[in-house]
Design a protein around this ligand. Sequence first.
Ligand SMILES: Nc1ncnc2c1ncn2[C@@H]1O[C@H](COP(=O)(O)OP(=O)(O)OP(=O)(O)O)[C@@H](O)[C@H]1O
Ligand SMILES: [Mg+2]
Length: 353
Amino acid sequence: MTYETMTVQDLRAEARKRNIAPGTIIAGASKATLIQGLTSGTWPASAATDPAAQITAALLAMMPAPGLDEDRVRAIVREEIPAPRQLTVTVGGREPVTLDRQHERFPLLLSAAAAGVHVLLVGPAGTGKTSAAAATARALGIPFEAVSVGPQTSKADLLGFIDAGGTYHDTPLVRAFRDGGLFLIDELDAGHPGVLTTLNAALAGDWLSTPAGMIARHAGFRCVASANTWGSGASREYVGRNPLDAATLDRFAAVFWPIDEGLEAAMVGVPAPAREFDVLAGGTLDPAAWLARVRSVRAEVERQQVRAVISPRAAKAGVALFGAGWGRQWVEESILWRGMPADARARVEGGAK
Ligand SMILES: Nc1ncnc2c1ncn2[C@@H]1O[C@H](COP(=O)(O)OP(=O)(O)OP(=O)(O)O)[C@@H](O)[C@H]1O
Ligand SMILES: [Mg+2]
């Protein structure tokens, strides 16, 4: 029996086996969500990203014992119920989309992309960055257009060209920008930084200048980039990587994409539980509090002469990310810290309010 086929009776039986007695609902779990899930067997989008959390909540809601150890219940559920192989996501008023199991950080990517924030996924090889971008396009119900960047990538690969016969040949970027779609710039840090500045206009503006003339940005244009480094150049493992232009990097919320061992196991057919991932970690900040935080960290970065750019554009993206449901921890990671060396970060954090 998988959790998907569990009925209320099954859950009650599970709970009874574990000596969990009836009581009140725990914080954070909506009763309506649970009842819908338990009676229909389908989970709404918010729940689908973390069904184990929902089941935990359901058990606790129906039968908490006095003095029940919530952490223990969570642990039992996570150990014993492998994450489902598939999840169903609903974005806005769109049709629900069924996806294979995704990376634990997928909710960050999907919610940012849905809110129109460009995301740069930074992580080691093979952690699922390219796949996650494709899944995001599917979830959003928009075309997926990708360019894999390398040393030979040219402006024409991004903006298109007019052939000898006078015919314009468009590109994945142009199609996504003009007609709506998710554009993936894969392996961003393998490209020539000078060529990549071509992207800057497309990523921040309403118009793109191509050999065929100016084209207007479609409201459904989204961009995701992937990289193995934080844009500061080659490392021992990634020798062919280039430092990226600060103005290019500034156009992205940077999200670290580590190895998700649960996903790795699922990829080879081994059922595995999902680690708890809290999109809302650190809570939310209103725009005024966020602005104060940005300015304080920026001042400290300058005072300590740390190499980091914290621009007004980034401040604005932070507000959009809070609006998309990200918690402060994730917003700060992707807007303020973005791979800053630990010692520099500690100094800046120590001095900033
Ligand atoms: N959600 C998933 N479900 C099943 N398989 C997946 C999933 N995500 C990634 N994979 C598989 O894992 C492998 C690596 O994924 P992917 O190519 O997306 O990683 P990457 O982070 O883009 O790697 P690189 O940095 O080398 O480009 C691929 O074989 C892919 O099919
Ligand atoms: Mg890739």
